[in-house]
Design a protein around this ligand. Structure first.
Ligand SMILES: Cc1ncc(COP(=O)(O)O)c(C=O)c1O
Length: 398
């Protein structure tokens, strides 16, 4: 078999057309002609299968070392499909720091339909074991949490899951198969928001599921075809194209992240930096063992007297936006943006303070990104010193 980076570019190969095109065509056809009434046809109707979508599905299955891949209209549709294989009365252990949209789906949709969930800190293996009950059918988690970048061992969770005969389901959005392949570490199902690193250009909403066994594949296919939340051929093509450059993008994103961290370490305004690549933490130990890199997401805590809102508002290159994983750098305040749906107490309990800044580091020149952060810190200092001056003048006037 070829190397991973070659597989990213060449996928399955293209051999279904007479033109010599090096890329799979975008098949914009909802239906397919039968040669005759009793013909056995591979393609009949595009909800059930589309050659462009199938190319992407095989591409992601190959990269994750799974048996089958499935492409959905969003990450949430993919996650919905993974949970939809369970029945009322089933119980699932979930990571307590999972994506808010996933939590909403669980709490306000699946829970109401009879599936029980227990949320635990998946870094705490004893708590995970403790949460398993006879009705438990799966453990679902994100190996790197958002926005604090805590790392959970897929190997350890999958080991516990196997001991209790339950499935391990991993949201691999942050790492992608370039940096971690959960199925190789013992997981059974991998889900992705392909909107993020796999698509990589903030121009498509997409989701993927990959299964380890054909039996699980059949269950996901049933949901995909029965519910119909499939990815369009145009969007499948965008994700396919994004995947081809995944390695070069993520290498640069990681390189830039390290450069930014070196810069932030020397800023007085910053009290803490969260990134699994920083040596010394237990997060780093797990990531260094189970991942081949640390990704392009990082967060940091600003001192209490630093105006976090002004800091992000004054950035120019870093766009103030939710989402992540694309070529352009993004910044956000999780307390006010991505995690605003959580009640304030829950946010603070999870370590998400108003002073926490999250960066999705892009592929721009690191020097420009650092200049942008520098100018924002400096303009904060300027406005701070002019407001102090103003206070002094006022005091003298009194
Ligand atoms: C880790 C993770 N999983 C799933 C999703 C949902 O994906 P989508 O927005 O493509 O539906 C997101 C979205 O931000 C995410 O960050």
């Amino acid at each position: 078999m070829t190397e991973f980076n070659t597989r990213l570019v060449h996928g399955q190969g293209v051999n279904d057309n007479q033109t010599g095109a090096v890329n799979v065509p975008v098949y914009n056809s909802s239906t397919y002609q039968y040669p005759a009434i009793d013909s056995q046809v591979r393609w009949d109707y595009a909800r059930s299968g589309n050659p462009t979508r199938e190319y992407l599905e095989k591409q992601i299955a190959l990269l994750e070392n799974g048996t089958q891949g499935f492409a959905f209209a969003s990450g949430m549709a993919a996650i919905h499909a993974a949970f939809a294989i369970f029945k009322p009365g089933d119980h699932i252990v979930i990571g307590e720091q999972i994506y808010g949209g996933t939590y909403r789906l669980i709490e306000q949709y699946f829970n109401e339909r009879g599936i029980e969930f227990t949320a635990v800190d998946t870094q705490d293996l004893a708590a995970v074991k403790h949460a398993i009950i006879p009705a438990t059918k799966a453990i679902y988690f994100e190996p790197i949490t958002n926005p604090l970048l805590h790392v959970t061992s897929v190997t350890q969770i999958a080991k516990i899951a196997k001991q209790h005969n339950v499935l391990t389901i991993v949201d691999n959005t942050f790492l992608t198969p370039y940096l971690q392949r959960p199925l190789d570490l013992g997981a059974d199902i991998v889900v992705h928001s392909a909107t993020k690193y796999l698509g990589g250009h903030s121009d498509v909403i997409a989701g993927l599921v990959v299964t380890k066994t054909e039996e699980l594949g059949k269950k996901i296919y049933f949901i995909q075809n029965a519910l119909g939340g499939v990815l369009s051929p145009e969007s499948a093509n965008l994700v396919r194209r994004g995947i081809q450059t995944l390695a070069v993008r993520m290498d640069r994103q990681q390189e830039n992240s390290f450069a930014i961290i070196d810069f932030l370490k020397n800023r007085d305004e910053v009290t803490e930096i969260n990134y699994p690549g920083i040596k010394g933490s237990s997060d780093n130990q797990i990531a260094a063992t189970e991942c081949s890199g640390f990704g392009g997401m990082l967060s940091f805590e600003l001192k209490q007297d630093v105006d976090a809102t002004a800091f992000v508002n004054q950035l120019h290159l870093f766009k103030l936006a939710v989402s992540l994983g694309a070529v352009e750098s993004l910044v956000e305040l999780p307390y006010q943006m991505s995690h605003a749906e959580l009640p304030p107490v829950e946010r603070l309990k999870a370590g998400i303070t108003p002073q926490l800044v999250r960066l999705s580091v892009g592929i721009e020149a690191a020097t420009d990104l650092i200049s942008d952060l520098t100018q924002s810190f400096e303009s904060l200092q300027l406005s701070q010193s002019s407001s102090n001056k103003f206070k002094r003048i006022k005091r003298r006037a009194i």
